[in-house]
Design a protein around this ligand. Structure first.
Ligand SMILES: [Zn+2]
Ligand SMILES: [Zn+2]
Length: 422
């Protein structure tokens, strides 16, 4: 591929405190916590039958193909407890349905969540097939597909969405009601077994609705994470910052990331949030992170970097983005009067919410998932206008063949973002 990947090649950063992978026992013990139990009813609150039917069909198809191979095979990267990553020989996806496509990932990046998944620290049950951020080349399309054709390069949003239901039409593509809640690539059973991006092929059920053409002049390596983390960063800034800056051009954007050095999650989203705040004109952008390597990276990107303990002496900020997994309460305490705390959320241990403080300050908390497909064109616009260069966050570029080794190095060594090309 002509990605110019060499341009982004930098040494992976080695964190001073390495996260430890959980083995089988500790990984499965994590499912017995109240936080984990709370997620299950939400995933099953609608389309339960559709979800179970999908899972059954997918598992049945794998078993059927083992007995009698009717389709070609491909490789797919599997993560197992103990941070074990290995290629597995699996059936290639079935030919696309009338609205679907099959794509071949050409630039796949790690999501911050992948690190936690591989370390066994999330509620996504291992083993699973990994990867949900990619730019891909279209291999085949169904007969009703109009907007893409074989050979096109596309960004593949990590969430599955139909484009036709009322939620999709309103731009809430992450809440598509044609598929079960939280349908997404690379999250195993909980995500619905739709496929994974660290693989040779990926099925796309709604090609016209989901796939976005990669604009000419944008490098697939630079755009790989637009499929998830860059859009996730955008939604914490774009709805709030312009009005704040109109009132006060020096308004602070405070991004609270890891409060502990040994956090199991990656750190690209906090840096993307900082870059997007800059793209929208913020002068005063700070990233709080306990990991020295992440602070150094933030400073290289032109962002202020702070240690968590430095928060104690600081005035609250009008826009706080919570990217912690340790304690949302810290971000809320830093939110100024009439301010907004926007949280990436989802993996906090249960936390103390300072309700009285929030009440007196009239603070707003927003927590939830992004609507990726809806935001991809807006992020690409920033990139095309030369206002956003997400590639600055990448710490390692390699080839997909080396995925088990390169990704293990990142997840255990504290790298920020890896992109693998094929
Ligand atoms: Zn993700
Ligand atoms: Zn929909």
């Amino acid at each position: 591929m002509d990605s110019g990947a060499e341009a982004y090649r930098v040494s992976p950063m080695i964190g001073s405190s390495r996260p430890r992978p959980r083995g089988w026992l500790r990984h499965y013990a994590g499912f017995l916590t109240p936080d984990a139990a709370a997620a299950m009813p939400v995933l099953l609150e609608r389309d339960r039958v559709q979800r179970l039917r999908r899972l059954g069909a997918s598992i049945g198809d794998g078993a059927g193909q083992r007995l009698r191979r009717t389709r070609p095979r491909m490789r797919s990267l599997q993560a197992a407890p103990g941070a074990r990553l290995s290629w597995h020989d699996v059936p290639a996806p079935a030919p696309p349905g009338p609205d679907g496509a099959i794509v071949h990932p050409i630039a796949c990046s790690t999501c911050d969540l992948d690190c936690g998944i591989v370390l066994g620290a999330t509620q996504f049950a291992l083993p699973l097939h990994l990867g949900h951020e990619c730019v891909a080349e279209v291999l085949a399309v169904g007969e009703r597909v109009r907007t893409v054709k074989p050979g096109d390069r596309v960004i593949v949003p990590f969430q599955i969405n139909c484009g036709a239901c009322p939620d999709c039409r309103a731009g809430r593509t992450g809440s598509c009601t044609s598929v079960p809640p939280a349908s997404m690539y690379g999250m195993g059973l909980a995500g619905g077994l739709w496929g994974s991006a660290f693989a040779d092929e990926l099925p796309v059920p709604f090609a016209d609705a989901m796939l976005v053409a990669l604009p000419a002049g944008i490098d697939p390596v630079a755009a790989a994470s637009v499929a998830d983390n860059v859009c996730d960063a955008y939604r914490h800034i774009a709805p709030h910052l312009p009005a704040l800056l109109e009132e006060d051009p020096d308004a602070e954007v405070l991004i609270v990331a890891a409060l502990e050095r040994r956090t199991p999650f990656g750190s690209s989203a906090p840096l993307y949030i900082g870059l997007i705040a800059r793209a929208f004109g913020a002068r005063n952008v700070s990233v709080v992170d306990a990991r020295p390597a992440v602070r150094a990276h933030a400073e290289r990107l032109g962002l202020n970097a702070l240690k968590p303990r430095e928060l104690r002496r600081r005035a609250p900020a009008p826009l706080v983005v919570d990217a912690t997994v340790e304690d949302l309460g810290v971000s809320l305490a830093q939110t100024a009067a009439d301010g907004i705390c926007s949280s990436l959320g989802g993996f906090h241990r249960s936390t103390r919410i300072p309700l009285m403080q929030m009440y007196v300050r009239n603070a707003t908390l927003h927590i939830g998932r992004t609507h990726t497909r809806h935001l991809i064109p807006k992020v690409l616009e920033l990139m095309l206008e030369d206002r956003l260069h997400p590639e600055g966050v990448i710490t390692s570029v390699g080839v997909l063949d080396d995925a088990p080794r390169v990704l293990r190095e990142q997840f255990l060594g504290g790298g920020v973002k890896t992109v693998l090309t094929a």
